[in-house]
Design a protein around this ligand. Structure first.
Ligand code: SF4
Length: 176
């Protein structure tokens, strides 16, 4: 039996090459929890791309609630921070913590996130948060910098080939 792996994903372009890599090694489930995405129409667009890809690849996907009010509340103090600053670290933690909790409650062996695939996303910051959350919730965090090892190029190729919607901003209203 393959180990159970929960992957938090932010969007289709960042996750498709990761699915390809993990699907053979693990019993993979995708977790879509992104209350940072604004407006809700954009959230729906990204969600529907992820669900479409998962359905094609036969990967189960679960959606967390779109509790954007809580996200705004937790990040409002940092609204003027530049991208990659403190607001982003809080945003990563909010999303990854929900996945870590879900992984614990549903007895997964590993959890991880597609967030390090982003060109401007610092893998060391994200992985550190993941390891901390893994210890807190008792589920091993699978550390990776997904943008490396030719995966970003593979993702670009798949996005083009499958005509996957690619957004032009990170997600929150401040990045728009
Ligand atoms: S720029 Fe991206 S990572 Fe940073 S707070 Fe906004 S949505 Fe979150």
């Amino acid at each position: 039996m393959k180990p159970k792996f929960l992957l938090h994903v932010c969007c289709g372009p960042c996750s498709i090459a990761i699915f390809e890599e993990l699907q053979n090694q693990f019993d993979l489930t995708v977790h879509f929890y992104n209350p940072n995405i604004h407006p809700v129409e954009e959230y729906d667009k990204r969600k529907s791309e992820v669900f479409k890809i998962c359905s094609e690849l036969n990967i189960p996907v679960v959606e967390g609630s779109y509790d954007d009010k809580r996200w705004f509340e937790l990040t409002k103090e940092y609204k003027d921070e530049p991208e990659s600053g403190e607001r982003c670290s809080i945003c990563f933690r909010i999303r990854m913590e929900h996945s870590a909790e879900y992984a614990r409650d549903n007895i997964f062996d590993f959890f991880s996130t597609s967030l390090t695939m982003g060109r401007n996303k610092k893998a060391d910051v994200i992985n550190l948060i993941g390891v901390e959350l893994g210890e807190k919730y008792g589920v091993e965090f699978y550390e990776e910098d997904w943008k490396k090892g030719g995966r970003q190029e593979r993702a670009d190729e798949l996005v083009k080939k499958k005509r996957i919607y690619r957004q032009d901003y990170c997600g929150c209203v401040y990045s728009k």
